[in-house]
Design a protein around this ligand. Structure first.
Ligand SMILES: Nc1ncnc2c1ncn2[C@@H]1O[C@H](COP(=O)(O)OP(=O)(O)O)[C@@H](O)[C@H]1O
Ligand SMILES: [Mg+2]
Length: 428
């Protein structure tokens, strides 16, 4: 990239005309129509304006379409202008072209075609400069898997992470756990959803980072699905207690009871497998009568660290079995832990969780313990999350790249309200 020389300024002139092509075209067309209308006498132009006005009155959708197109053009000129002012041009002085645009809840996003000489990484390093030229909060650039010729430019002008995000569950009477579950809102303000069936989710982060709040979204969704069974283990006892009235089993800070609950669940898993074999199927489906069974564990460290050694080991062994074999049998494990260290979450357990959510951690090592080795060094470390931003974390889904999100907040009253709603739905 370099500054365009004088001889290369021509594209700017053509850009100016090209950028205003629609407006110029519309203006010229209007003038021609008005000129022609004088053939019908002095009232001709008034008549024409009246007809145009009437058409837009009768077809307001046409008017809206025209307004949307003009708005897009304005955006296009705005982005092109910023590229030009930052001298972000290709080898021939050509400016990246806006191919398409769409609004985001917190800004706008553009599909940009790159001229020869420009590439994603070069553009990324200029992002702060581009944001300053556009006068916005931030710009983000993302490559497209299909072609390196295109990049997606997200222009963000308001904060995607307000203090509290209302839970979409509050507007629901019932929920199906087979449908995508909105775990939070991403940096672009769009919902980030996960599909829980056949997956397990591990949440880690320092105390107060928002693990229990994240769990409440999952438990709430599961609770609102009357076909879903729930086993809740809560090392602190108070975090999940409100849901106990809709759970098949609730275990507080009692390790023997926890082992017993996991034994019971393993028995159920074996039964389900026997049933699947008998009906010649590989996995449970939404049409099965048994429904999904969600095992939620808050404060995993409590069960894996404290108490008698043999109880701990039995718990770890049962958990490993459920996480590794439970998926096809419709058993979903969701576990949260603070102090994510290798003793609590050994790699072989971590790797069995296909979804991992790292809320703020004290170190990059802790973040890597949840997300997987190497992510911190690639710029995805939950240690970099602002401690004031509660409920924010990196979500890693199978085979993807971690995405930053903020979970919705459910107050104690809202949890009670949802638990009661779920209780009524279940006709308990
Ligand atoms: N998504 C969120 N939005 C707003 N505030 C949150 C959110 N998540 C957590 N908090 C705040 O942080 C506090 C601690 O959250 P909690 O889930 O109990 O943390 P942890 O379980 O990680 O110790 C909550 O009481 C709440 O005030
Ligand atoms: Mg907690």
């Amino acid at each position: 990239m370099r500054s365009p020389s004088n001889s290369e300024r021509r594209p700017w002139v053509s850009l100016l005309i090209w950028g205003w092509r629609l407006e110029i075209g519309l203006g010229v067309a209007t003038l021609i129509v008005l000129a022609l209308s004088t053939r019908f006498g002095a009232f001709g132009p008034f008549l024409m304006v009246g007809i145009i006005f009437l058409v837009f009155r009768l077809r307001p959708d046409l008017f809206d379409q025209l307004r949307a197109i003009l708005r897009e053009r304005r955006h296009e000129r705005w982005v092109h202008g910023a590229f030009w002012h930052c001298a972000i041009v290709g080898r021939n002085g050509e400016i990246p072209r806006v191919e398409r645009s769409a609004s985001l809840p917190v800004g706008w996003r553009y599909l940009i075609a790159l001229p020869p000489g420009l590439h994603l990484e070069a553009l990324k390093s200029r992002a702060p400069e581009l944001a300053a030229a556009l006068g916005v909060r931030e710009v983000r650039l993302k490559g497209l898997a299909q072609s390196a010729h295109y990049v997606e430019l997200a222009v963000i002008w308001s904060n995607a992470f307000p203090r509290e995000i209302a839970s979409p569950l509050l507007a629901r009477e019932t929920f199906s756990l087979w449908e995508p579950l909105e775990l939070g809102v991403g940096e672009d303000g769009l919902a980030v959803a996960i599909g829980l069936p056949e997956h397990n989710l591990l949440i880690g982060g320092e105390p107060g980072s928002g693990k229990s709040v994240a769990l409440s979204t999952i438990v709430g969704a599961a609770a609102l699905d009357p076909s879903v069974h729930m086993t809740l283990l809560d090392g602190k006892h108070v975090e999940l207690a409100a849901w106990s009235l809709v759970a098949d089993r609730f275990v507080g800070s009692d390790q023997d009871d926890a082992v017993d609950a996991l034994e019971e669940l393993r028995g159920l898993m074996d039964l389900r497998y026997a049933y699947l074999v008998a009906t010649r199927r590989r996995k449970v489906s939404p049409h099965d009568l048994e429904g999904l069974h969600v095992l939620v564990i808050d404060e995993l460290a409590f069960y894996l660290r404290g108490g008698k050694k043999e109880t701990r080991e039995r718990f770890a062994e049962l958990l490993r079995d459920l996480v590794s074999r439970g998926r096809a049998a419709g058993i979903i494990v969701v576990a949260a832990t603070q102090k994510p260290s290798h003793e609590i979450v050994p790699t072989w357990i971590r790797d069995l969780f296909s979804y991992r959510l790292a809320m703020r951690c004290t170190s990059s090592d802790a973040s890597d313990t949840i997300l997987g080795q190497g992510w911190a060094s690639q710029g995805f470390s939950a240690a970099t999350i602002d401690p004031a931003l509660r409920g924010v974390g990196y979500l890693l889904a199978e085979g993807g790249v971690p995405v930053l999100l903020k979970t919705p907040y459910l107050s104690d009253e809202e949890v009670d309200e949802l638990a009661l709603r779920a209780f009524e739905q279940r006709g308990m």
